[in-house]
Design a protein around this ligand. Structure first.
Ligand code: ADP
Ligand code: MG
Length: 699
């Protein structure tokens, strides 16, 4: 009797799945052998039995044991995709979804996008034939909107559940719910950490399968004193490893793209002076926006005699496994979202990691042999400053997007939604308040027509409101270009260190007339389009080609979605109309100039500054505008507003009268109802209308 495994192997060999690709058969053989060496391989039968017997299975296994790449394949081989049903596997990060899908398609000898595909926001690489679908957790969440029972799936695997991203947490709640009336749906929750009981408890004592990983000892080295500049310390440590330690690749954890690019430059500069006696150091960056062509590079085996240094964000903590790492350098930081529900301020900050994270990071050094981890902090820091584990995202983020999605799914009772860890009530209220202000919900919290349209767009509510509002101002064409440019996730302008002056001059051209950053982005997009989307044009104008291509893809999608919500594509060159459409979505993000040159956000008074990268600051004799709208706040050395446009104060009252009112109006209202406004009675200034000082808030 043939084992299931043999059948599986034959399936691959016979090309039972769509073979459209290039993978020569000897390489397929090699990959097949490699698959058998993974720790999970020995558990294949157990796993398939457990899945068959249980609707929900929790799987715990060390990073690199083969969970992500193998489990969906095993299930496919065992027949879970018969009749065209899909196996979905979610990832918190888009680059992990892409990279793993690419790997699995290679292992199966099929072309990516056919039997194996991936789906991430603004990029769908799947087809009718796709049966193994890797996707971000956020994308599966959106699939609920079109297929509330996920009928086309036979199995959903929520991978990297320990990351506890907002989307993963919401998914867990939704999946638990649909599992009740879809007994045929199998759920697999997989995690790299050992706190599986919590997941098991959440799914009514679901069975846990533990896959013991291969793990070699890792020596942990601490610093004797705290480091002032962790980036520099990390580079020094890596170079020291390179010149003093035996072969083995190095993994350095940094916090983001910019930092990684800086580190890359410094590495290149410093290794130049090392001379020929020192072996070659290959630098491999990896971060969310790394272009696909370069992603594969980190997985290429290091040539004999050379050493690889991988500069990675948190992504290499558990999402991606890079073979051959022997040394880990852990500065102890990552970029984390934080949210203050009281003020509604969300910001991305470089934050100390948790003990759990630092354990994961160290673990990356011990996959192939005895490894070393250099922690760039003291053991005292570790013991007393690091939290045990990271706070789940649901408890430190703006929930507006999720609340809108849940409302669109018909889930009204958010307080009783089953969250593994519930969000703070204050944050839920804030989200409801914002959605109400944007007109997405009515007074009793029901989805409005505007809200339903907004939910169609895979962007944050303020952006989707801006798009929906563009209909009224007859400028949807321009507004989706702006929305796309704001959604690329990477910078548009290129500013190389040795050509800053040229780059700045080029950039100023798009700011002529002091139009503000939003319109400048539109001008860039339009000029590029005019130049037939030329790459050469980008070089000449110091524009990032990659960001532009991404903006075009996003824009195409937004254009298709416009049609879905029956908004006509209309074009206008009335800049005021365009800015008003932007204001319709972003009126909660407005601030006014203070005497000392800083800004104060209007709604929840909070000091902020215009980011130096803003075109407003670039003009030679710039005058700070009195009232501005901003896209986002970032916290670096100061609290900065990024993507800033001047607006007229009176627009706020015109566009969002329920949100902003003239002080006088507020007082009149209250006086007629014989109630005093709480703590606000600035009668003396109310005569200087329409000076913004006179606007106060009344919701
Ligand atoms: P887990 O999900 O348990 O962390 P994976 O299934 O991601 O493990 O990885 C199993 C193996 O597959 C690892 O040894 C890794 O090196 C390899 N692998 C995964 N993704 C890729 C890729 N994109 N390119 C090359 N090898 C990969
Ligand atoms: Mg994995």
């Amino acid at each position: 009797k043939k084992s299931v495994l043999l059948e599986g192997d034959q399936m691959i060999a016979n090309g039972n799945v769509d073979v459209g690709k290039v993978q020569p058969s000897h390489q397929l053989d090699k990959l097949r052998e490699e698959r058998k060496t993974l720790p999970i391989y020995a558990f294949r039968e157990r796993l398939l039995q457990d899945v068959e017997k249980n609707q929900v299975l929790i799987i715990v296994g060390e990073t690199g044991s083969g969970k992500t790449t193998q489990i969906p394949q095993y299930l496919h081989e065992a027949g879970y995709t018969k009749g065209g049903k899909k196996i979905g596997c979610t990832q918190p990060r888009r680059i992990a979804a892409m990279s793993v899908a690419a790997r699995v398609s290679q292992e199966m000898g099929v072309k990516l996008g056919h039997a194996v595909g991936y789906s991430i926001r603004f990029e769908d690489c799947t087809s009718e034939k796709t049966v193994l679908k890797y996707m971000t957790d956020g994308m599966l969440l959106r699939e609920f909107l079109v297929e509330p029972d996920l009928a086309s799936y036979s199995v959903v695997m929520v991978d990297e559940a320990h990351e506890r991203t907002l989307s993963t947490d919401v998914l867990l709640g939704l999946l638990k719910d649909i599992a009740r009336y879809r007994p045929d749906l199998k759920l697999i929750i997989s995690s790299a950490t050992l706190d599986a009981e919590k997941f098991s408890d959440f799914f009514d004592s679901a069975k846990i399968l533990r896959i013991p990983g291969r793990r070699y000892p890792v020596d942990i080295h601490y610093m004797e004193a705290p480091q002032a500049d962790y980036l520099d310390a990390a580079i020094v440590a890596a170079l020291q490893v390179h010149v003093t330690q035996p072969p083995g690749d190095i993994l350095v954890f940094l916090t983001g793209q910019e930092e990684i690019e800086t580190a890359e430059e410094i590495f290149k500069h410093r290794t130049r002076g090392l001379g020929t006696k020192i072996s070659e150091l290959i630098i491999c960056p990896i971060y969310a926006n790394l272009p696909t062509e370069l992603q594969a590079k980190i997985f290429e085996p290091t040539p004999e005699g050379a050493r690889k240094v991988v500069l990675a964000t948190n992504i290499a903590e558990t999402s991606l496994t890079i073979d051959g790492i022997k040394y880990v350098i852990d500065p102890g930081f990552s970029k984390m979202k934080s949210y203050n529900p009281r003020s509604g301020m969300e910001s991305l900050q470089v934050t100390p990691i948790s003990k759990a994270s630092s354990m994961q990071r160290a673990g990356r050094a011990g996959r192939t042999g005895h490894g070393k981890c250099f922690r760039l902090y003291t053991s005292y820091n570790y013991d007393s400053d690091l939290d045990d584990s990271t706070v789940p995202e649901v408890q430190r983020t703006n929930l507006a997007n999720v609340v809108l999605t849940l409302k669109s799914l018909g889930i009204h009772d958010l307080v009783n939604f089953e969250f593994m860890d519930p969000p703070p009530c204050e944050a839920l209220l804030k989200a409801l308040e914002l959605l109400f202000a944007l007109g997405a919900l009515n007074k009793v919290g029901e989805l409005t027509k505007v809200g339903r349209r907004m939910a169609e767009f895979p962007v944050d509510p303020m952006l989707s409101k801006m798009i929906v509002a563009s209909d009224k101002y007859k400028c949807s064409d321009e507004v989706i270009s702006i929305a796309a440019m704001l959604s690329t996730g990477s910078s548009i302008f290129y500013r190389p260190k040795d050509k800053q002056v040229h780059a700045d001059t080029a950039r100023l051209r798009f700011h002529s007339g002091n139009v503000g950053d939003h319109i400048a982005l539109l001008k860039v997009y339009n000029a590029w389009k005019e130049a037939n989307y030329s790459t050469q044009w980008c070089y000449e104008n110091y524009i990032q080609v990659r960001s532009m291509k991404r903006a075009r893809d996003i824009r195409d999608q937004l254009e298709r979605l416009l049609e879905r919500v029956e908004i006509k594509l209309s074009s206008s060159n009335d800049l005021e109309a365009i800015k008003k459409a932007v204001t319709s979505g972003f009126f909660p993000h407005c601030s006014r100039l203070q005497k000392n040159g800083s800004y104060r956000t209007i709604k929840h008074p909070h000091t902020a500054h215009i980011h130096p990268s803003s075109g407003i600051m670039a003009l030679e004799h710039h005058v700070l505008p009195r009232c501005v709208l901003y896209h986002e706040l970032v916290l670096t050395t100061k609290e900065y507003m990024r993507q800033v446009t001047e607006i007229k104060p009176e627009w706020l009252v015109e566009i969002a009268p329920h949100y902003y009112q003239l002080n006088g109006v507020v007082e009149e209202d209250y006086s007629t109802s014989k109630k005093m406004p709480r703590g606000k009675g600035r009668t003396s200034t109310s005569k200087q209308i329409p000076n913004l000082v006179d606007y106060s808030i009344c919701v």
